[in-house]
Write a protein that binds this ligand. Sequence first.
Ligand code: SF4
Length: 391
Amino acid sequence: MERSAAGSGAGEPEQQALFGWADTEPERPARGSFRDSPAARRMLDVREVYAEPAALDSPRGQQIMARLPGVRVVEVPRHWGIPSLHGNGGNVERWVRVKTETLVLGVKQRLVTRPNGRSADWIAPGPSNGCAMSCAYCYVPRRKGYANPITLFTNIEAIVAHVRRHVRAQGPKPEPNQCDPHAWVYDVGENGDCSVDALVCDNTADLVAAFRGLPTAKASFATKFVNPDLLALDPQGRTRVRFSVMPPDDARLLDIRTSPVPERIAAAADFLDAGYEVHFNLSPVVLRPGWERDWAELLVHLDDVLPARVKEQAAAEVIMLTHNQALHEVNLGWHPRAEEVLWQPDIQETKRSQNGALNVRYALEVKQQALIRLRRLLAEHAPWLRIRYAF
Ligand code: SF4
């Protein structure tokens, strides 16, 4: 059943429970079959594909289309700027429908690996752009707008070959850093969610397989979606999955269409046992009345439910909310209640980015004080959770 993201009585979107909460038994089909389950189709039920001809002709494009029999295909000259798919016009019901039912296939033209140094050493060229979820603070739609369905890049062989060459050119990592003590870490999911992409495409599987054979490197991606099919990919420790967590009250308001936070946490041990390194993104940290109490509760929950083997290898990134004036204005049109917590000019400052966008972040003093308090909460409730970096 597709629940309207604007359908909770007061006309406000709420997190769509894809699997049910922790006190209910989550849907767990046999391995390898989750993508065909009703839960998967609530996230992605592709009815139409917009595709560049070269993408359609590629082996990956043909494989994707073979799994979508009868789906309407519209050929487009390029995957950017497709009228009716991209932009901010329309309300969230339309966006959710586009994100659920539409897929774009394209060829990634520019394969560039960029240095990062915070979450990862490098940002690899992503296998996709766009997302089926609709988090209110998300920066991924910054170029395509909120009605941006997933674009899958079908030249995955070229992406993998590029990454392999880049890894080999680095040689062994000379010294430990905050990203990893031994391996060069490559973020492979900067502009989407690899777990959702894997519902319709093997790009995520191909990247996991590639890093399995790269002993000096490690793939890394953040996710807000639990896709049990990833458990079968045998990463052999060379892929780090970072489950993003925040207090469930914040997630219900802000993380539209994602897996519920307790489910993401409950999946950690399964992913570790399947061969992933499992980290957590404490993100975004949204400052609002009661935030410390709710983060404390979340950390207590992590401490209560995670087994020792997860805790022993876990680390976390802490990412304070950053926002954007244009996004604020878009959100006022469909989800004003989110803006009550995201937009707080009294404690935020603006900064114009290189591309001219007016970004918003907590004022330095406010942020520093909040990080001190969050570190105290971690020391008290989850002392095993090492902070890799706080931003
Ligand atoms: S899951 Fe990630 S990429 Fe998708 S909407 Fe949320 S923040 Fe954006």
